[in-house]
Design a protein. Sequence first.
Lengths: 114, 109
Amino acid sequence: NSKVIQTPRYLVKGQGQKAKMRCIPEKGHPVVFWYQQNKNNEFKFLINFQNQEVLQQIDMTEKRFSAECPSNSPCSLEIQSSEAGDSALYLCASSLFQAGNTLYFGEGSRLIVV
Amino acid sequence: GQQVQQSPASLVLQEGENAELQCNFSSTATRLQWFYQHPGGRLVSLFYNPSGTKHTGRLTSTTVTNERRSSLHISSSQTTDSGTYFCASSGGSNAKLTFGKGTKLSVKS
């Protein structure tokens, strides 16, 4: 069973507001991923880290989205100015290695932008 | 990048019937996982299976690496198996998983 912890489970924001989600990876897992799942169940990779360093990220995250994984603190994903299209389930996952092994997901943070 | 296709998109079964879910991916997978997503959103890993066959309970996953396909077999389906099943894959040293669009399974009593 996954021990990835995501908070909050739900958040409701007005357009233009900041939205911040946190993730505690499984103990000992240095690789962390963020995914966005839209209402059509489609997954979009956002960014991943190994320890505190960004491995890969998509263009979207370079604008309104920011993410970090500081040492000894939860990882976070923040949307600076929420838009209606950001409404989605945000999933955090962790793994032991960059490739070749299992990803474990948290329960997700569901963002609703009104 | 990696592309993942799942079939069927949806499946309706009577309790006790078997289900076969298919996944095809565009390049050799170094990482291949099957997930079950609860209606509330929680994504549970069922199998990590980039090659060969694995069993757990009523579930079997078979991946044929050189044919770039994987299947998930559910035997004697139960109503609690209802939900959406996702296949996800990555190739080479690429860390990120690419997900298929899922198979929505509904098991009727």
